[in-house]
Design a protein around this ligand. Structure first.
Ligand code: GLC
Length: 559
């Protein structure tokens, strides 16, 4: 098969994210690998996705599961070989599925040869690849905090200078001011584009340009001095011109704590920087006062406000990624739905509520079968560096009760989404023949892909329909966006309009019935239901809508 030649193919596409360590183990290691992914391509084809975003498979000491790269040109032997990777690209292509690689160039592993040369040697040709500062009053150069807890500076005892790490201390930030670093990044990306990779997901790419006076932050953790920093647009334009445009790559930038104004520029339609952006504001509605490490309900009204801000703000200006889940976020059905009684209904409703927006949807492995948080009860079950660091800080240093922190981790930990993919009801959920690196959620006997594929009313087939609708109904791609009931306490309903079509997506986010009226300007007599998660919708669309627990209804009107 051959890919469509439309340079904007990704505007009607749906992208599936694979976290290889937890996807499928083809050997007996307890960790997933590339051959495991190849063995599941037919499953992904059945779902109907257009591309796979593969989180990092490069050589890495795996302190942050591959986001700490020690060699950009080698495949981690735990995942397979370069031949396996080439086979994956070829076999995916046979099924019309493209591969998007994860590029992590805000930092490298401290085991990378560049850093190894730079450490302890001010004269190393690679010293200036990283960010070094002298101590101030025998202390760290400023008060910036690592996103994984503690200071963002680590001492190089041999030279007496500190290096910057916005993430774990084993992830040293690269110095993008140095043109050699930018040249090295272009070479890495070209190497993978030459291998037939169709696109790139750029890890925390809006953090690459730091304010060069490195001031202490008396108002916060330092992020305002490096988020959407002074030269970030210039750097992205430079990389885009040198590589992305040359290869016609699709690009998606992960934007940490960003703003709409910057994202309009990152993803501007003239294609000067990136194709699209991930922003995370809608996934902070359960962080009261911005605090992640709390156990808290989510703010529904705020969730709608945020979607409205981004949907209307990017329309005609840029392009956004649509997502609830990834390898850093808890499972959406546990977070904004009901992972027990209404698991299937709420998983479908959540899928519909985001897939009918403008943008490119991303589906994270297991989301399409309604996988849940595992509900771990012991800290020894967690593997994630952020979770274990934060447990140590909160419990051993800040005096929080262990039980309280465990309840918070059960809601917020990144391991909630990293549990092994649930393939079937066999031992270890069919993920591996041996005990996996992270425990499987106990509900795998009922929730698994084999069961979902056998059941025409499963979440899987609902996602299959959502993916197909995006290709058939043009208003989903190009229509504008209007929030219909911003103050409604239960219903999230919005309307999309283009010249020829009008689409309304109604979603009840709660377990009790709720009602609303369609807008007076909408001629319900001409409309029809496109899709819902209850099977008994009438032929005729009524102006008064009563939604059952977690019900979703998608209504289309041809003008
Ligand atoms: C991104 C990744 C996350 C990683 C971090 C540092 O946020 O998604 O998993 O820990 O960057 O690379």
């Amino acid at each position: 098969m051959t890919f469509s030649t439309d340079p904007n193919w990704w505007k009607t596409a749906s992208i599936y994210q694979i976290y290889p360590k937890s996807f499928c183990d083809s050997g007996d290691k307890g960790t997933g690998d590339i051959q495991g992914i190849i063995s599941k391509l037919d499953y992904l084809k059945l779902l109907g996705i257009d591309a796979i975003w593969l989180t990092p498979v490069y050589q890495s000491p795996m302190v942050d599961n591959g986001y700490d790269i020690s060699d950009y040109y080698a495949i981690n032997p735990d995942f397979g070989t370069m031949q396996d990777f080439e086979q994956l690209v070829a076999k995916a292509r046979q099924r019309d599925i493209r591969i998007i690689m994860d590029i992590v160039v805000n930092h490298t592993s401290t085991k990378h040869a560049w850093f190894q040369s730079a450490l302890g040697d001010k004269n190393s040709p690679y010293r200036d690849y990283y960010i070094w500062k002298d101590p101030i009053d025998d202390e760290v150069p400023n008060n910036w905090q690592s996103k994984f807890g503690g200071s963002a500076w680590e001492l190089d005892s041999k030279t007496g200078q500190y290096y910057l790490h916005l993430f774990a201390k084993e992830q040293a930030d690269l110095n993008w001011e140095n043109p050699e670093v930018r040249q090295a990044v272009k070479e890495v990306i070209s190497f993978w584009a030459e291998k037939g990779v169709d696109g790139f997901r750029l890890d925390v790419i809006n953090l690459i340009s730091k304010q060069q006076d490195f001031p202490s932050d008396d108002l916060g953790d330092g992020r305002r001095f490096y988020t959407d920093g002074p030269r970030v647009h210039e750097y992205l334009q430079e990389i885009s011109q040198a590589v992305f445009r040359k290869y016609g790559s699709v690009t998606v930038g992960e934007m940490s704590s960003t703003s709409l104004e910057h994202c309009q520029r990152y993803s501007s339609l003239d294609n000067k920087e990136l194709s699209m952006v991930f922003n995370f504001h809608h996934l902070k509605v359960d962080y009261p006062n911005g605090e992640k490490w709390t156990k808290a309900p989510f703010d529904f009204i705020q969730l709608k406000e945020i979607f409205n801000h981004w949907q209307t703000g990017l329309n005609g200006q840029g392009w956004g990624a649509l997502f609830w889940c990834n390898h850093d976020q808890p499972r959406v059905v546990s977070r904004f739905g009901d992972d027990k009684k209404y698991r299937v209904e709420s998983a479908k409703m959540l899928g519909a509520s985001i897939h009918m927006m403008q943008g490119t949807p991303y589906i994270y492995q297991g989301e399409e079968i309604g996988m849940t948080n595992p509900g771990y009860g012991s800290i020894s079950q967690y593997r994630d560096v952020e979770s274990t660091n934060m447990y140590d800080i909160m419990v051993n240093h800040n005096g929080m009760k262990s039980d309280d922190m465990m309840a918070i981790l059960a809601q917020k930990s990144r391991d909630n989404s990293r549990t092994p993919m649930q393939w079937n009801a066999e031992e270890y959920a069919g993920f591996s023949k041996v005990r996996p690196w992270l425990e499987v959620a106990e509900n795998y006997l009922e929730i698994n892909a084999a069961q979902a594929v056998d059941d025409p009313s499963s979440v899987f087939y609902f996602y299959q329909q959502l993916i197909a609708l995006r290709k058939q109904i043009e208003v989903i791609t190009c229509g504008n966006y209007q929030d219909l009931y911003p103050q409604h306490e239960q219903i999230f309903g919005y309307q999309r309009q283009s010249e020829k079509q009008s689409l309304i997506c109604l979603n009840n986010f709660y377990a009790v019935e709720a009602s609303c009226s369609l807008p007076e300007t909408f001629d319900a007599t001409k409309a029809k239901y496109l899709l819902g998660n209850y099977t008994d919708l009438s032929e005729q669309v009524s102006m008064e809508q009563v939604l059952r627990p977690y019900e979703t209804r998608i209504i289309l009107l041809e003008k």
